[in-house]
Write a protein that binds this ligand. Structure first.
Ligand code: MLT
Length: 301
């Protein structure tokens, strides 16, 4: 046993837990605590491990007298107050290598499902109908697909889209430009049949997809979001769906989770999943194990 105690507040894969225990860490799991509960108990721990549900606020960090590491099993750090952690010298570790393939595969699943109206066709047959002529779909081949954000996930999506014989265009102001890069979001939305979002949530991406941009979009665009809900202004998306500017929105993430915008949720032209982009056996096992190894490297084990 080493001297470090770890608190886990979101469900993570057993692989990582086993690794930490075998390296002598003491682990306590208290799932989905409120901020108040977390504030009360955090002082007893040296490491806090979360996924996306636990909000690691300044108030939590201010009470974390012994905390050395906040570990995020996964990619996004938007649920952690990074400034507060930095001020207290608390290291924030994550495992962004883990879920790129899972998220890229869900993105492709969304795109193909939207083009063939798979959820509607499925429920039509389930309800004992045979509406073959109603489900005239569209092919992905030769479509122009726009990717916002060319990081780990965006690149995996692009690789897979090329196998479907699409034309891929990228918008990312932070990476070295290649031939298929466009210089503005307006250009991307104007030229593409399908746009998929793969950027982190931060001050410059919050509400990035809004009415002003959607007004300039190609009519009937398919919009896919497997990144963070707040990147899209949901009221503006609803407007664009009602106008037919967005023909189908595929949403894995929402501004509030579980989502509360019932008008959007019940819209016939949205396909929804409950933030499962990274939710595969492979990705979760990698996310927890990579993080566990990083924690051990940082504070021994
Ligand atoms: C991530 O950022 O890793 C995912 O979006 C959230 C998760 O499922 O942990």
């Amino acid at each position: 046993m080493n001297k470090y105690k770890i608190l886990i507040t979101d469900k993570i894969h057993d692989e990582g837990k086993k690794y930490l225990i075998s390296n002598g860490f003491e682990i306590k799991e208290i799932l989905n605590p409120t901020e108040e509960e977390l504030v009360k108990i955090i002082k007893d721990f040296h490491v806090l491990i979360v996924r996306s549900s636990t909000k690691v606020t300044r108030k939590v960090i201010d009470n974390a007298y012994n905390l050395k590491i906040i570990g995020r099993a996964g990619v996004g750090l938007d649920n952690i107050d990074l400034d507060a952690a930095r001020e207290k010298n608390i290291k924030v570790l994550n495992s962004p290598e883990s879920s790129s393939i899972a998220v890229a595969e869900l993105t492709l699943l969304f795109i193909l499902s939207a083009l063939r109206r798979l959820p509607d066709a499925h429920f039509s047959v389930k309800s004992r109908k045979w509406e073959k002529s109603k489900f005239m779909g569209r092919e992905l081949a030769l479509k122009k697909v726009g990717i916002i954000g060319y990081g780990r996930i965006g690149r995996e999506v692009a690789k897979r889209l090329k196998a479907f014989e699409t034309e891929v265009f990228i918008f990312d102001p932070f990476v070295k430009k290649e031939d298929n890069f466009v210089s503005s979001l307006e250009e991307l939305f104007n030229m593409c049949h399908i746009v998929t979002i793969h950027t982190p949530l931060n001050q410059s991406t919050e509400n990035m997809i809004n009415r002003n941009l959607l007004e300039k979009a190609r009519k009937g665009i398919i919009l896919v979001n497997t990144s963070r809900g707040k990147i899209i202004n949901e009221d503006d998306l609803l407007w664009a769906l009602n106008e037919g500017i967005v023909s189908i929105a595929c949403l894995d993430v929402f501004s509030k989770e579980p989502p509360e915008n019932y008008e959007l949720l019940s819209h016939p032209n949205v396909i929804l999943t409950p933030h499962i982009g990274a939710q595969t056996e492979e990705a979760q096992s990698k996310a927890s194990l990579i993080l566990a190894k990083k924690i051990c490297e940082e504070i021994g084990g």
